[in-house]
Design a protein around this ligand. Structure first.
Ligand code: HEM
Length: 415
C-alpha cells in the first residue's frame, strides 16, 4: 500500500485507544513500514507528523537547535494549547539551548551515577518495607500492585530526594495524577480538562514556593534547597521557572517509573517463562530492567518543531510543523530489534529510546534504573506465585502510558 493510502485517521495517538487497549502497536508498525513520517490531522486542533522509526527520532533529537522543544511540548487530543503549555509551566522540557543547558546543570549533579548510587540503601529500605506489608505471613493474598507498591514506592523515593516532609507526600500524589491524568475523567475537577491541571498546578506552586522560602533561610541536603539557592550567572532562578522545575520533577519522577514497574510485572506475568529465567539467574536484572523500559515505554511522545523547512524520507516538513516522536514505536523498530514483539529479559544489545536521546535525554534515567533494579531483584527473589486477579485499568492519556490499577493474586515470601 502506498503511504497516500494510509488513512489520516489511523488511531495512533487517541487516548481512548490507550485506555481501552493499550498501545496501538499494529498501527505504529504499519506506519514504520509504509509511512514512517506521516501527517495526521487533529480534528479541532493543529495536526502533526508522526515519526515512528528509531533512526528518525534519533536524528531529530540530536539536533536541538534545528528542532525545538519550546513551541509545542507534545500532542494532546484537544489540539494544542500552544500558548497555554508555556503559560502553565516553563521547564527543561519546553526550553531550548542555550537556556536549557544552563537550567539542566542546576540539578544534574543530583542524578549522576555516583550520586544515585548513594540512594541505593534508601531505595532498598523503602522497597523492603512495602514488600513486607504486602507479604503478610507469606499466605496467598490479593491486592492492587499500583496502590500497594509502585505508587508509594516511586513517590517516597522522589519526595525524599526533594526534601518534602512525609505528611505531604499524599498531596504530591494527587497533584501529579491530576496533571498527568488531565484527559482522564477520574482525575478531572471541572468540565474542562485544563481545570484539573490549573488547580493542581497552583496547589503545587503554592506549596513549593513556601518550601523553597524555608530552604533559602535554612538550606538542607535536598533538591529543594539546591534549586531554591541556585545561582544562574549571579542571579537566583526566576520564581516561575523555579516552581515549574519542581512541577517537572514531581510529575516526571512519579508518572514514569511507577508505570514502568507496574507494566514490568505485567510483562513478567504474561511471559511466565521470562519470570522463571530471571528468577533462575538474578544476574539478568540489569538487562531485564532495560527490556522493561523498552517494552513499557511509559512516555509515549514528545514534540519537536523545526526552525526551517526540512525534508525527511521524502516528506516536506515545513518550518513550524509539529514532529511527534513516538518512543514506544521506536522501541519495536524491526530494523533495529530482533523479534521486537517478544519480551526477553536477556535481550542484548537493547538500544531502546524509552528515556529519549540527545539534549533532553531523561535526567532521571539513573534513578529510574536504580529503582527498577531494586524492585525486580526483590520481586524475583521473593515471589512464589503471581497472577492477575482482575482487569488492568489504564489511564486515558495520549502522552503517558499509565496503569491506574492492577489487581494481583500473589504469594510473597516474607524477608
Ligand atoms: C522509567 C522511568 C522514566 C522514563 C521512561 C522516562 C522517560 C523520559 C523521556 C522519554 C524524556 C524525554 C527525553 C527526550 O526528549 O529525549 C524524559 C525527560 C526527563 N525526565 Fe524522565 N523518565 C523516567 C523517569 C524519570 C525520573 C525518575 C525523573 C526524575 C526524578 C525524570 C526526570 C526527567 C526530566 C527532568 C526530564 C527532562 C530532561 C530535559 O528536558 O533535559 N524521569 N524522561
Amino acid at each position: 500500500m502506498s503511504p497516500e493510502a494510509l488513512p489520516g485517521t489511523l488511531d495512533v495517538i487517541g487516548p481512548d485507544t490507550f485506555a481501552q487497549h493499550g498501545y496501538p502497536h499494529a498501527a505504529w508498525k504499519r506506519l514504520r513500514q509504509e509511512a514512517p513520517i506521516h501527517w495526521f490531522d487533529l480534528p479541532g486542533g493543529v495536526g502533526f507528523w508522526a515519526v515512528t522509526k528509531r533512526a528518525d527520532i534519533v536524528w531529530v533529537s540530536k539536533q536541538p537547535q534545528r528542532f525545538l522543544n519550546g513551541p509545542r511540548l507534545a500532542i494532546f487530543e484537544e489540539g494544542a494549547p500552544v500558548e497555554g503549555e508555556r503559560r502553565l509551566a516553563r521547564h527543561l522540557l519546553n526550553m531550548d539551548p542555550p537556556e536549557h543547558g544552563t537550567f539542566r546543570r542546576v540539578a544534574s549533579g543530583w542524578f549522576t551515577p555516583r550520586a544515585i548510587r548513594r540512594r541505593q540503601e534508601e531505595v532498598t529500605r523503602i522497597t523492603r518495607e512495602l514488600l513486607a506489608e504486602m507479604a503478610g505471613d507469606g499466605e496467598e493474598r490479593t491486592g492492587d500492585f499500583v496502590a500497594d507498591f509502585t505508587a508509594p514506592l516511586t513517590l517516597s523515593v522522589l519526595a525524599d530526594m526533594l526534601g518534602v516532609p512525609r505528611e505531604d507526600w499524599r498531596l504530591m500524589f494527587r497533584w501529579t495524577n491530576q496533571i498527568a491524568g488531565a484527559a482522564d475523567e477520574e482525575y478531572q475537577v471541572g468540565d474542562d480538562p485544563i481545570d484539573g491541571v490549573e488547580s493542581a498546578r497552583s496547589g503545587l506552586f503554592e506549596y513549593f514556593a513556601k518550601l523553597a522560602e524555608k530552604r533559602r533561610k535554612a538550606p538542607r541536603d535536598d533538591m529543594v534547597s539546591v534549586l531554591a539557592n541556585a545561582d544562574l550567572a549571579g542571579e537566583p532562578m526566576p520564581i516561575f521557572e523555579l516552581l515549574s522545575y519542581f512541577l517537572l520533577l514531581v510529575v516526571a519522577g512519579n508518572e514514569t517509573t511507577r508505570n514502568a514497574a507496574s507494566g514490568g510485572l505485567l510483562a513478567l506475568i504474561e511471559n511466565p517463562d521470562q519470570m522463571r529465567t530471571l528468577q533462575a539467574d538474578p544476574g539478568l536484572v540489569d538487562s531485564a530492567v532495560e527490556e522493561i523500559v523498552r517494552w513499557t515505554a511509559p512516555v509515549i511522545q514528545f514534540c519537536r518543531t523545526p526552525v526551517e523547512d526540512v525534508e525527511i524520507r521524502g516528506q516536506q516538513i515545513r518550518k513550524g510543523d509539529s514532529l511527534c516522536l513516538l518512543y514506544p514505536s521506536a522501541n519495536r523498530d524491526e530494523e533495529v530489534f530482533d523479534a521486537p514483539d517478544v519480551f526477553r529479559v536477556d535481550r542484548s544489545p537493547n538500544p531502546h529510546l524509552g528515556f529519549g536521546i540527545g539534549e533532553h535525554f531523561c535526567l532521571g534515567a539513573n534513578l529510574a534504573r536504580l529503582e527498577l533494579r531494586v524492585i525486580f531483584r526483590e520481586l524475583a527473589a521473593r515471589l512464589d506465585s503471581v497472577e492477575l486477579a482482575g482487569p488492568v485499568e489504564r489511564m486515558r492519556s495520549s502522552f503517558l502510558g499509565g496503569v491506574k490499577r492492577m489487581p494481583i493474586r500473589y504469594r510473597l515470601r516474607p524477608a
